[in-house]
Design a protein around this ligand. Sequence first.
Ligand SMILES: [Zn+2]
Length: 359
Amino acid sequence: MRNLIALFACSCVVLSASANDPAPAAAARLAASVSKPASASLPSKEQMAKDAAKEPVPGKKEAPAKKAAPADEDKEQEAEVALSAKIAERLAELRERQQARASAAARARKAADAKRLQEEKAAAAAAILAAAPKHGTVWSYEGETGPANWSKINVDWAKCGTGNRQSPIDLRDGIKVNLEQIGFDYHPSSFNEVNNGHTIQVTVGGGNFITVGNQTYELQQFHFHRPSEERINGKGTEMVMHLVHKSYDGKIAIVAVLLERGQPHSLMQTVWDNLPLEKNEVVSPSIVIDPKDALPEKREYFTYMGSMTEPPCTEGVLWLVFKQPRQASPAQMALFSRLYPLNARPVQSTAGRMIKESN
Ligand SMILES: [Zn+2]
């Protein structure tokens, strides 16, 4: 019996030596708890001597006289068996716990190693990116390549982030003055169109001019945004059309025509009827369009100095925004929204710029 207890205590010590845990205490407690009742029930030395004398000889029938203490002996054996079982059970429990702790620790170490490796890789990649000059060309209206990050994609697009004369803006608190009418000299023209991945863009043949003050600009192309990029007193419309013009010395003037739901828009329909099947495929229909069909009846407008509303966000652009919207049918609007549900830059800070409007 004592041998069993000693064996158990030793096993506990061995088991817990590497685990660095409270097992020794548990082992000591258990050893104490099992040794007390055991020693209390253990026979004295004299009794053990007597018992030894009474040991039955194998193959020999026990004498009736020697059967004096079979009950005690059985009890002792039973207790011993029970104690062995208890010890074995406890040892198994301790081993199991130790294994669980060891594998948990191994898992934690593995996870920490993997995390450290990942962090090192990310830091190395970030360092390479930070060191290299950025000349990205991919931009969009949402997510990683969206308007908030345009300036970080390409070093030449810095103005998108740092410029203080950016477009679009919310047109409000304009100075009401007697603005000179914009002179339109538009004619039926040949055209080609492309779905360039950002909008549907129509390039118009030469010979279409506007005059603002004493400056003349030639129409280059027009395109669409959904929703409208510009707002008037905080309110936008479902779409907008931008007609982009250039002067002989490279100055840009953009006429904006807001679009709201209503009657069909004949010019828009011609453009939609000739949509290319593939992105970046340029189609040149054999018909003509008249850019005059893009203009509203009333010609009052807002004007301010701003920028291109897409990278590289070049400033020095003269904006001319008509107050009266043109209409387009819900079906025409729906067609564009299937291609471009959102292709509008958010409004930018006015930053104290002067806005003039026709009174
Ligand atoms: Zn535009």
